[in-house]
Ligand binder design. Structure first.
Ligand code: GLU
Length: 438
């Protein structure tokens, strides 16, 4: 069975970059009828908070990205300890004592000599007596001893990849303060939960190489890996610093529709065009990981505006019935009201404005040069209630009385009745106006 996971750290709110990862893993699992796991990577007790853990779940729920199971790394520390013992017993784990300053110095020296800044494994040469002496001063951290060979895998997006393990530092898996680092925890979880596919950002490619060796050292089976490109801004500029301003909850507060956001993210960076989908089933159906490329993916938050307007316009009446009733739209005119409002709002919130206008009428907008014209039109306005012919008969009468035609006839009348220059077809809007203020 296909099993995927989305593994955010609850150290912040989700942003559009995280969403890409979440969505791809979700769609892969759903397309295969598999399982999607939400895993909270919360081994860092200082930075992980319950507020963020709740926020992540709320954001995923808002988008309809449901998970079959949730796991928290902070509840699995025993398992990580056991894995560490296993790696020690296998001779793949060694204790190191360099301070961050010492490591930094080593790196600088290597770079000065034109060498890659790879950890030199000096700790492997320490005798037991030397280690004891160091332990008395400070606590050690633990590194996984990579087999220095080429690590190869077929990446679901990047194709054949190969990384020389000798060019990578042995990863630290346990910090000096005893905290398990993500790499060990993630590997244990992926093995234990039977993860079959991992899609994540291309910033994880080197992690993947080392994780493949750790998985093998623990006797697990290696999932299929795929690394999606990172998002950039519309001009190709790095987005990493701005991602904080592209939090999913902020987009929600701005009225962005889930389907607009999901449809965009499911296709951005793919060979196929972005298409607005109307349901999760359609999104799942239309998703194909092999269509994605390695080039950085341009993301323009402004694209979400028009997609949201389209998504709202595409909402079927049945889905809106309840909220229209809550707004106070009488059920006999609600379907007709929805037909008019749906085409004329940027977000769902705009529907309330149209209803306020229909219910109360709008303050007329009359330009000085149209004052007499509008006064004449007012006298000719048919009595309410209005129907689908009211606009036609009114404008015909006004035309005859004033000789005006075209835009000079229609625009001042629209502005007088709605207070706006733009809006729906007036013959459809007039029957919905419960009152007018002309
Ligand atoms: N917590 C990790 C991250 O957010 C998970 C990476 C992974 O998918 O393995 O970067």
């Amino acid at each position: 069975m296909t099993v995927t996971r989305f593994a955010p750290s609850p150290t912040g709110f989700l942003h559009v970059g995280n969403l890409r990862t979440a969505l791809f893993n979700y769609l892969i699992a759903r397309k295969q009828g598999g399982q999607f796991i939400l895993r909270l990577d919360d081994t860092d007790p200082e930075r992980s908070t319950q507020e963020y853990a709740d926020g992540i779940q709320e954001d995923l729920e808002w988008l309809g990205l449901t998970w079959d199971r949730m796991e928290r790394q902070s509840e699995r520390l025993d398992r990580y300890n056991a894995a560490a013992d296993e790696l020690r017993a296998a001779g793949r784990f060694y204790e190191c004592f360099e301070t961050p300053v010492e490591l930094d110095l080593k790196r600088k020296k290597q770079l000065n000599m034109g060498k890659p800044p790879v950890y030199d494994r000096a700790a492997l040469a320490l005798s037991e007596a030397e280690k004891d002496a160091l332990r008395a001063e400070r606590s050690g951290h633990w590194r996984f001893k990579l087999d220095q060979e080429r690590i190869e895998w077929k990446d679901g997006i990047l194709g054949d990849l190969s990384i020389d393990a000798a060019s990578v530092s042995d990863p630290v898996l346990i910090r000096g303060d005893g905290q398990f680092l993500y790499t060990l925890a993630s590997v244990c979880d992926d093995v234990d939960f039977g993860i079959t596919h991992v899609v994540r950002g291309s910033d994880h490619v080197t992690n993947t190489a080392t994780q493949i060796q750790i998985i093998e050292a623990l006797g697990g089976s290696v999932p299929a890996f795929a690394h999606h490109s990172l998002l950039t801004g519309p001009q190709g500029e790095a987005l990493s610093k701005r991602l904080g301003t592209l939090a999913l909850r902020d987009l929600r507060a701005q009225g962005i529709e889930p389907m607009a956001l999901l449809s965009l993210m499911a296709r951005l960076g793919a060979n196929e065009p972005v298409e607005l989908r109307s349901s999760m089933e359609e999104l799942i159906e239309g998703f194909d990981l092999s269509q994605f490329g390695s080039a950085p993916t341009k993301f323009d938050v402004a694209d979400l505006g028009p997609m949201t307007a389209k998504a709202v316009a595409a909402l079927p009446y049945g889905e809106m019935e309840q909220s229209l009733a809550e707004l106070g739209v009488p059920s006999d005119i609600a379907p007709a009201f929805w037909e008019v409002a749906r085409e004329n709002v940027a977000t769902r919130a705009g529907i309330a404005d149209w209803w306020a206008l229909c219910r109360d009428g709008a303050a007329p907008l009359v330009d000085a040069e149209d004052a007499d014209f509008v006064a004449t039109a007012k006298d000719l306005l048919p009595a309410q209630p209005w129907d689908g012919d009211s606009w036609k008969s009114w404008t015909t009468a006004v035309k005859e009385a004033t000789g005006r035609k075209g835009r000079g006839l229609f625009m001042p009348l629209r502005k007088a009745l709605t207070g706006m220059e733009h809006g729906p077809d007036m013959s459809k809007l007039m029957p919905l106006l419960q009152k007018h203020r002309l």
